[in-house]
Design a protein around this ligand. Structure first.
Ligand code: MTE
Ligand code: MO
Length: 333
């Protein structure tokens, strides 16, 4: 595992981490033969998120059929910690944004239809040699690690998740970009037969996102393949998604099939829908309001209390330098 800096927001100890709790949950559920939703979330979670969730059971993860299951749990990179409790896995896997399966939060059941094997990832555009890799071949080439990251949705809810994955910089190294490449454009799968949202033709499918090469090679930019010590579930973006924790959540695109290296700044799904409200940079900033609501505070999943939102979502020391020369740009939405 690479040696990393110890950021200011890192905790000296695992105080924020309910050590061992999430790691064992799935194994326990499997042995006990009960659905995750049958476990009461407890009085601490009797809040709006539970009310939104209603009574449906959470599907038990299909871990035994996943060829990558043996890669988990991966060693935790202690440099990436968060001074907030890890969000309840039940909430993270049942309260989602994934417009391919519907424009509401309750898509986890519909998302089970996504076939995550076989799955290929294409690397093309301004690279030495275009390549298409099977996801399990890609996983074998990468060294997986666990990182606890904050996630701040532009809608002002937030979560703290132990993701497993590898630095996006490692994918860039594998891609061998040409010197003229300035941006990476990512593309999500396109399968209207199984993803009902993609049959709503007024949306500009597929879901496209983009970032600069400097952003992609910043140590914080992470490609996620797992969560809570197991392969990531369909509703959270299996088998491969981004985690760009200093940006609003919509930049962290799910279920990726293509990375295109280019010298042109890509447009994105949300820019095409409402460019005045959702831009290319979309860095978290509590002082810059969304067109329709304040971004000053956020509501953590599973909590009744709002907390202050932090500049770059708490990662300013790591990423502010990326934007020092971009004064005139719309950096924060
Ligand atoms: N392909 C795709 N990626 C996506 C989205 C989406 O609708 N489609 N929603 C984004 C938004 S707005 C957020 S907040 C996060 C939500 O991730 P989660 O459901 O794992 O919490 O995914 C992001 N990635
Ligand atoms: Mo979001």
């Amino acid at each position: 595992m690479p040696v990393h800096f110890k950021p200011r927001w890192a905790l000296p100890e695992r105080t924020a981490t309910p050590e061992g709790v999430f790691r064992n949950r799935r194994a326990f559920l499997k042995t006990a033969g009960i659905a995750a939703g049958a476990i009461a979330a407890g009085p601490a979670h009797a809040n709006i998120f539970d009310r939104l969730l209603g009574g449906d059971n959470v599907p038990t993860p299909d871990v035994e059929n996943d060829p990558s299951a043996g890669l988990y749990p991966a060693p935790r990179n202690e440099a990436y910690q968060v001074m907030r409790p890890i969000s309840d896995e039940n909430l993270v896997t049942t309260y989602n944004n994934f417009y391919e399966f519907g424009s509401h939060k309750r898509i986890f059941k519909a998302a089970q239809k996504l076939q995550i094997r076989p799955w290929t990832v294409t690397i093309d555009g301004m690279v030495e040699k275009e390549q298409t890799l099977d996801i399990d071949t890609l996983l074998r080439k990468m060294s997986l690690e666990e990182r606890v990251y904050r996630h701040r949705c532009v809608e002002a809810w937030s979560m703290v998740v132990p993701w497993t994955g590898f630095p996006m910089a490692d994918l860039v190294a594998l891609a061998k970009p040409l010197s003229g490449a300035k941006y990476i454009r990512t593309e999500t799968f396109m399968e209207p037969d199984i993803a009902s949202g993609q049959r709503q033709s007024w949306y500009p499918w597929p879901y496209v996102e983009g970032l600069t090469m400097e952003e992609a090679t910043n140590p914080l930019a992470f490609l996620v393949t797992g969560a809570y010590g197991a392969p990531i579930e369909e509703q959270n973006g299996a088998p491969l998604r981004m985690a760009l924790p200093w940006k609003y959540g919509f930049k962290s695109a799910k279920s990726l099939v293509r990375f295109t290296f280019t010298d042109e700044r890509p447009s994105s799904f949300w820019m095409d829908i409402a460019g005045a409200e959702y831009g290319f940079w979309a860095n978290v900033n509590p002082e810059v309001a969304h067109a329709r609501w304040s971004q000053a505070t956020e509501q953590p999943l599973g909590s009744d209390e709002r907390i202050p939102t932090l500049l770059y979502n708490g990662y300013a020391d790591e990423v502010a330098g990326l934007y020092a020369d971009k004064e005139g740009e719309r950096l924060y939405y």
